[in-house]
Design a protein around this ligand. Structure first.
Ligand code: ADP
Length: 308
């Protein structure tokens, strides 16, 4: 059975329904990807690597992981931290605003749980995925251990996958981000950047610019996303441009990139060629953006995928 680990943070999502009602769910970029991968490729072991607390919300979150059939062997319980939270409000114009409480979340401590047994388990995987958000979230004084582990895992044959997913507010400075991203690009076997994310950091404006920027690194599989525009891939030295069918009725673009990533990686782990992997990933992303929230209800998602 193929196995992929997703390292990062899952948060409690609170969404205002009306003046006095909040809807609660769970979301976070790596978690979203893990869920959509598992829904499309049930035979792949899709596992989360994170830290929760021992509180009631953490227990509900863990239960949610299990319900989504995700591996939880590396979901740790911190004795005195709790999960991060974010609140989404949509104004009369449909503009969403986000408020976060994540500075002291349990997930920031995930690397403290690393030990030789944990590294052995990670080394049993085919891929390890982390994002720019994962990198920003882990405490800076644990980064050295994190990078050391990445090199150990690469030596053990695990493919390292990186999505830059840049969130400026999570970083101290652009210089700090660029320094960490350079380390990530140096060790990535697969990267799935979005043009918008890298524009803010490197001033790139197109998929071609992103590809040129990444040519400084030795990354075997580059998949560049650009919203409803094309996807550009460079895999084993072969360049391919993939057309995307724009969705007319976009409801909420949250987690479009996450759904794309999860399904793309699931397809590749299943042995599908790049063009089929992109096509399936783009279908999943198109389904997700026609529904509110990061995680589309399972029955709705599965039906839409079957219909598409
Ligand atoms: P990221 O969130 O990583 O920046 P993008 O915004 O580029 O990712 O979107 C990821 C994928 O979602 C795209 O490659 C595309 O397949 C799909 N997508 C995004 N916006 C649209 C849209 N308006 N119509 C159809 N597909 C879309």
């Amino acid at each position: 059975m193929k196995k992929i680990f997703f390292l990062g943070e899952c948060m409690l999502e609170l969404r205002a329904i009306d003046e006095s009602t909040l809807n609660q769910s769970f979301a976070g970029d790596v978690y979203n990807s893990a869920v959509y991968l598992k829904r499309c490729f049930n035979s792949i072991n899709s596992a989360i690597v994170t830290a929760l607390g021992t509180d009631a919300i953490s227990q509900k979150m863990r239960h949610c992981f299990v319900q989504e059939q995700l591996g939880t062997q590396l979901v740790f319980a911190h004795s005195d931290k709790v999960p991060g939270v974010y609140y989404i409000e949509t104004d009369d114009q449909g503009e969403r605003s986000f408020t976060y409480w994540r500075n002291d979340s349990a997930a920031r401590k995930v690397i403290d749980f690393y030990n030789p047994t944990v590294i052995d388990e990670l080394a049993s995987g085919d891929m390890l995925f982390f994002s720019g958000i994962s990198l920003a979230v882990i405490e800076p004084d644990t980064r050295a251990i994190f990078w050391q582990s990445i090199h150990t895992l690469k030596a053990a044959g695990v493919k390292v996958v990186f999505d830059p997913n840049y969130r400026a507010r999570l970083w101290q400075s652009v210089e700090e981000t660029k320094q960490q991203y350079a380390l990530a690009f140096q060790c990535a076997d697969i990267t799935l950047p979005g043009v918008e994310d890298l524009h803010a950091l490197y001033g790139v404006d197109s998929v071609e610019d992103v590809l040129a920027h990444l040519s400084d690194y030795d990354i075997n599989e580059v998949v560049i996303k650009n919203g409803p525009e094309s996807v550009l891939t460079m895999v084993d030295g072969q360049l391919q441009r993939h057309t995307i069918t724009p969705v007319d009725n976009v409801v909420d673009t949250t987690s479009a990139g996450d759904a794309f990533n999860g399904v793309y990686l699931g397809a590749r782990l299943s042995g599908l060629p790049v063009c089929e992997a992109v096509s399936k990933a783009a279908k999943a992303a198109a389904v997700v953006i026609q529904q509110p929230g990061a995680i589309t209800a399972k029955a709705v998602f599965n039906q839409a995928m079957a219909d598409s």
